[in-house]
Design a protein around this ligand. Structure first.
Ligand code: BGC
Length: 763
């Protein structure tokens, strides 16, 4: 939502106008009597399209942005992301759209006092490696959306993490297409189990925030199919989202929301997707081109530089520049999504309903408890004995709450925001504040250690913190790094001298634990000087309780990293966001009073972002470059140990791998055994790819046989269309494929070989 409110208000004043469509009235056909739940969603959508007038069709292909909209005639809208008026005579519901994946959002508290349950960041849910929790979280937020009368959740963010610094990594599901695809599919299923619509987004390659509305992301088409698009493909197949949200950026030269290859060829033709494509907010740049190239609905139209799907669209249809068949297909797709998700037959209530927030908080807590990753635990510092006498907490407002990520996903959580810091500059300033959820680690720790003295210092004085830490049974430094939509950090180092604070405390007390609240990796120059590190991500509105439960071993940590943590940014494919020069130039012009610097682009000139790593995202890049990261993908410790044995590889036409997992330690715990298979990509590179994972909870001494069947596309290479009639698709070449079962990427606790037959699969 770059500058959504402030700058775009300016854009409107600079000349856009809201003219009502001047269209000839058509006689309305009666509502189709054939409509009935026993017919297929396609047939019902078709019948409705036949019964609609031109005006009714045009009404569905563009949505209002409530904070800026002035529809004629005026209609009531809930302050939120979007509104598309329904057609009561045909039973077509008004679409009320809200963000999104972490809970029903309420950015900068646009609906005063409207709270919702805040899940941990999606990256934390990914770290659970537990698809059931992704489903539960989706089902919970979908239920809250419904109870608040929203019926479209702009959820399902699944852009792969290509750069560890991307501002929005916290909203996504990590760097691996299988993990991200499985988790997003379950999340969407959960949302839509409430008979409301979920999106999957941002389609595709919106992989950095700097200049996101102007940048041109460039990548090989086959490599994209094997990486980011594979995550979308898996998520769409299993989650069946009613809608796909196209992204802000350009992809190989064309904006994603008017990209024929992406929308028509890949999504609608190859994947036979039947739902509708809605734009991201302010991501539309044309009328005919966008409609013909596959965009079905313009969202938040007041945010575009001009309202392309309003009057202009009606004129293009009347003049025949947009064929009626094209409009009919757009409308049919919207109706298919509305019917297929169950929304048409089970409309959301007219007024807000009660919500069981206490029960929903437990869902948020479970996700946090399973998503927190224990990165280091030298000398078994954790779990902490409940008999501890003195515990000192330092920093990050750990007395009152836990940090959350910023932007359109921001939830105003139950309990409110004990700390909220407005921004004074940057692209997120108009719609984000640095916000803490009211879940106090201090109180939660105190509750589990009633005999201990638990004190808190804010960390602003490193010397005082070190003095207080001296002699404590444990010193816990809460480190924080805020991330937000619309901005990338220019450094991955902890802000505000926190590295020096950690050094000072670790120097004073060798029992120092660092709890990191961040949307992804941060630089840890102190990694060898502290014995224990817990990656808590943004742990949501029960984060304090979840952290405390892990500290004292009430819950054994079981999270695993869904992204690689680099030692230094120089290890990553792009050490900093591209386009910073263009961004700074636009800022300078704005500061100098240049009035043309406004709108979604913020005056930033377009620039290319090349992704030469292709499908070798994350851990595959590190393996290919032979770079040893600080903590690898899939890594995470716990309070017991797990052993793998008895590998059996069943190969031939397909691949199934079975093995035993044993809890060889003394405590109950959950493990995430991971299957990696080495395969060749379209670009000719060979890399181990995550081909299976499972969360296994075992009592001490218990053994369970685990079996994983590999989706052949995970180990295939993608072949583009070629001259001479060859059509595109997935190919598993006949040959041998090295197989590993391990605790993280690069680990080979068990190793074997599969011999596979040649298999081809449709794109
Ligand atoms: C974000 C989307 C969000 C939309 C509506 C955009 O700025 O990129 O993720 O759903 O705003 O708030």
């Amino acid at each position: 939502m770059t500058m959504k409110i402030a700058a775009l208000l300016a854009a409107l004043t600079l000349g856009s106008s809201l003219t009502a469509p001047a269209l000839a009235q058509q006689a309305a056909s009666p509502a189709p009597s054939t409509v009935g739940t026993r017919q297929s969603a396609e047939a019902r959508a078709d019948a409705l399209v036949r019964a609609m007038t031109l005006e009714e069709k045009l009404q569905l292909v563009h949505g209002y942005f409530p904070p800026l909209a002035k529809p004629v005639p005026p209609i009531a809208m809930i302050p939120s992301a979007g509104h598309i008026p329904g057609i009561p005579r045909l039973g077509i519901p008004t679409l009320r759209e809200s963000d999104a994946s972490l809970g029903v959002a309420n950015q900068i508290e646009q609906r005063k006092g409207d709270v919702a349950t805040a899940l941990p960041a999606s990256i934390a849910t990914a770290a659970t490696f537990n698809p059931k929790l992704a489903y539960e979280g989706g089902a919970m937020i979908g239920a809250e959306a419904r109870a608040k009368t929203f019926n479209v959740l702009l959820a399902g963010g699944v852009n792969l993490t290509r750069d560890p610094w991307n501002g929005r990594n916290f909203e996504y599901l990590g760097e691996d297409p299988l993990l991200a695809g499985v988790m997003v599919g379950e999340h969407i299923k959960g949302v839509q189990s409430n008979h409301i619509v979920s999106t999957i987004k941002h389609f595709a390659l919106n992989s950095q925030e700097t200049g996101r509305t102007v940048l041109d992301a460039r990548i090989g088409m086959a490599e994209l199919r094997e990486s980011d698009l594979l995550a979308f493909q898996l998520g769409i197949e299993s989650g069946k989202p009613a809608s796909v949200m196209c992204a802000y950026n350009k992809l190989n030269g064309d904006y994603a929301c008017e990209n024929d290859w992406l929308l028509n060829k890949v999504l609608k033709q190859d994947w036979a997707y039947k739902g509708w494509v809605m734009s991201d907010w302010g991501a539309v740049h044309s009328t005919e081109k966008a409609a013909i190239n596959g965009l079905d609905q313009d969202s938040g139209q007041e945010l575009d530089d001009a309202m392309f799907f309003d009057t202009k669209f009606a004129e293009a249809v009347k003049a025949g520049r947009i064929p009626m068949a094209c409009l009919d297909d757009m409308v049919r797709r919207i109706l298919f999504g509305v019917i297929d998700s169950g929304l048409m037959d089970d409309p959301v209530p007219e007024s807000a309903q009660p919500i069981d927030y206490a029960r929903h908080a437990e869902v948020a807590q479970r996700a946090a408890e399973e998503g927190i990753v224990l990165l280091k635990n030298q000398g078994d510092l954790l779990p902490l004995a409940r008999t501890a006498k003195k515990i000192v907490l330092i920093g990050a407002h750990a007395d009152v709450g836990v940090l959350s990520g910023g932007g359109s996903s921001q939830v105003r959580s139950v309990g409110g925001a004990p700390v909220e810091i407005p921004l004074t500059k940057g692209a997120a300033a108009s719609f984000a504040r640095i916000t803490w959820h009211a879940s106090s680690p201090l109180k939660a720790i105190q509750a589990l250690a009633p005999g201990a003295t638990v004190t808190y210092l804010d960390g602003s004085d490193a010397k005082a913190a070190a003095a207080a830490a001296k002699g404590a049974d444990m010193a816990i430094v809460f480190a924080w790094a805020w991330r937000t939509e619309a901005q990338d950090p220019e450094s991955m180092a902890l802000p505000d001298d926190q590295d020096a604070l950690i050094d000072a405390v670790a120097g004073a007390n060798r029992k120092t634990l660092v709890v990191v609240e961040a949307g992804g990796p941060v630089l840890m120059p102190w990694v060898s000087r502290v014995p224990a590190i817990l990656q808590a991500w943004y742990p949501g509105q029960r984060g304090g309780e979840a952290i405390a439960n892990i500290l004292f071993g009430k819950v054994a940590p079981s999270g695993r990293l869904p992204i690689t943590f680099p030692v230094a940014v120089s290890q990553a494919p792009r050490p900093e966001p591209l386009g910073l020069a263009e961004l700074h130039a636009a800022d300078a012009r704005r500061d100098a009073g240049d009035k043309t610097v406004y709108g979604m682009s913020g005056g930033v000139a377009s620039f290319p972002v090349d992704y030469p790593e292709g499908a070798d995202v994350g851990y595959r890049w590190y393996a290919a470059k032979n770079r040893k990261p600080l903590f690898p993908f899939g890594f995470g410790l716990t309070y017991t140990a797990f052993r793998y044995a008895n590998l059996k590889v069943s190969d031939g036409a397909g691949l199934t791998v079975a093995f035993d997992v044993t809890n060889s330690g003394k405590r109950e715990g959950a493990d995430v055994p991971q299957l990696y298979v080495e395969a060749k990509s379209a670009a000719g590179t060979r890399a181990y790819r995550l081909a299976g994972f499972e969360k296994v909870r075992l009592a001490p001494g218990e053994t369970r046989r685990v079996s994983m069947t590999v989706d052949p596309r995970i180990i295939a290479r993608f072949e583009n269309d070629a001259p001479g009639g060859h059509t595109a698709g997935w190919v598993v070449d006949a040959g041998t494929y090295p197989v590993r079962v391990g605790h993280f990427a690069g680990d080979a606790a068990l190793a074997g070989t599969a011999r596979l037959d040649r298999v081809t699969i449709k794109p």
